[in-house]
Design a protein around this ligand. Structure first.
Ligand code: NAD
Ligand code: ZN
Length: 344
């Protein structure tokens, strides 16, 4: 269940009061420790003891070494099966904390309190937890639901603009794959800031939640959430390999531009809709210079995508604004053409 919190955090306090937990472990990174933890502790009312578990900020920490340290700390602090983990942070914290909690003693309870736009609208919802392995993202993980998700939109006030814009890409995606009205409202935003996005968070997270409820194990409709992510992930990985990491949402925005054009090349979507999508995404996201990337390197990464079966590249592509197909296989020629289109 997802609850939007008011300034008094009543619903969270009620939740903590009603359940009989033995102890609370709050997982933060250095930024959410500084900016979000004081707000949480200032509002949290409970007689239970709690411990703070802090990890360094950043995707590089989302690995088995960090998970191991957290399992060890939980053991040393004698966390029993009635302990509660509170994940207070962005997607790295909710992925990591969910993974550690869902595996420690075969699973203890956890809740997510997402603090980035991306984690509010996307990462904290849907029951996927995980860590990276070597340079492959989310290679090891579990399907595990948090007991509750509590959203406090004001946490966004301290979030750097680039992180806000990164999360906004997933909101645009939710409109594009499932809800034209949501997309239409989002593109009314001229100055992207916290005040402008807050009114749209609930709709965006509802879209993700509804899609996941219909197809938890990603056999069909959940695949539509991958729109923009096939090319997006490949570019995100290449940038990382070259030592110039970009934010996930920046890669997804670029991926959505290519894949909107790809849909047009495959005669799935009208030229008008595809152009409308591309022009609007370009209003928010600066051009990513991919001129150094070789077609072969991108193709190799596309073939490596977790979503593929039978060594075919599976795309989720739009048929119109608000409707998305999945398991669509495109011609190699059109895939490369969509990348050339972006470079131009
Ligand atoms: P993140 O957790 O790294 O947070 C981004 C940065 O913002 C970090 O430096 C963090 O310390 C900082 N931060 C967080 N909240 C803040 C606040 N309120 N004020 C100031 N700074 C703050 O990254 P993210 O973009 O939230 O999430 C990305 C991760 O989410 C990736 O690892 C991705 O794989 C994962 N993800 C998971 C799912 C899923 O379904 N499980 C879906 C999408 C993404
Ligand atoms: Zn994404």
């Amino acid at each position: 269940m997802i609850t939007i919190l008011n300034d008094n955090f009543n619903e969270l306090n009620q939740f903590l009061h009603e359940k009989s937990f033995s102890k609370i472990f709050i997982l933060v990174d250095e930024n959410t420790h500084e900016y979000c933890l004081p707000v949480l502790l200032g509002n949290m009312e409970t007689d239970l003891g709690f411990e703070i578990l802090e990890i360094e900020a950043g995707e590089e920490m989302k690995n088995i070494q960090t998970a191991n340290q957290l399992w060890e700390i939980l053991t040393e602090m004698q966390a029993d099966r009635k302990a509660l983990v509170i994940n207070l942070g962005g997607g790295v914290i909710t992925d990591m904390g969910g993974f550690v909690a869902s595996t420690y003693k075969r699973g203890i309870q956890f809740i997510n309190i997402p603090t980035t736009l991306l984690s509010m609208c996307d990462a904290s919802i849907g029951g996927k937890t995980g860590i990276d392995l070597m340079h492959y993202k989310n290679m090891v993980g579990t399907f595990a639901f948090p007991e509750q998700i509590f959203i406090y939109p004001k946490f966004l006030e301290t979030l750097p603009f680039k992180e806000l814009r990164s999360g906004f890409a997933e909101m645009l995606k939710h409109g594009l794959i499932a809800d034209r009205a949501h997309w239409d409202q989002l593109i009314q935003i001229h100055k992207l800031d916290v005040e402008a996005v807050i009114p749209h968070i609930q709709t965006s997270m509802n879209i993700k939640q509804e899609v996941v409820e219909k197809d938890f194990h990603e056999k069909n409709i959940r695949k539509t959430l991958n729109f923009g992510h096939t090319i997006g992930h490949a570019v995100e990985s290449l940038c990382l390999q070259q030592g110039n990491p970009i934010l996930h949402g920046e890669a997804v925005a670029m991926g959505m531009i290519c894949e909107a054009h790809l849909g047009y090349l495959e005669n799935l979507i009208s030229e008008e809709d595809s152009q409308r999508i591309i022009e609007n995404i370009q209003r928010y996201y600066p051009y990513l210079d991919i001129s150094d990337f070789k077609d072969d390197d991108i193709t190799a990464l596309l073939l490596n995508d977790k979503k593929n079966t039978d060594s075919k590249i599976n795309f989720s592509l739009l048929s119109e604004i608000g409707k998305c197909t999945y398991d669509y296989q495109c011609s190699q020629k059109n895939i490369l053409e969509s990348l050339h289109f972006y470079r131009k």
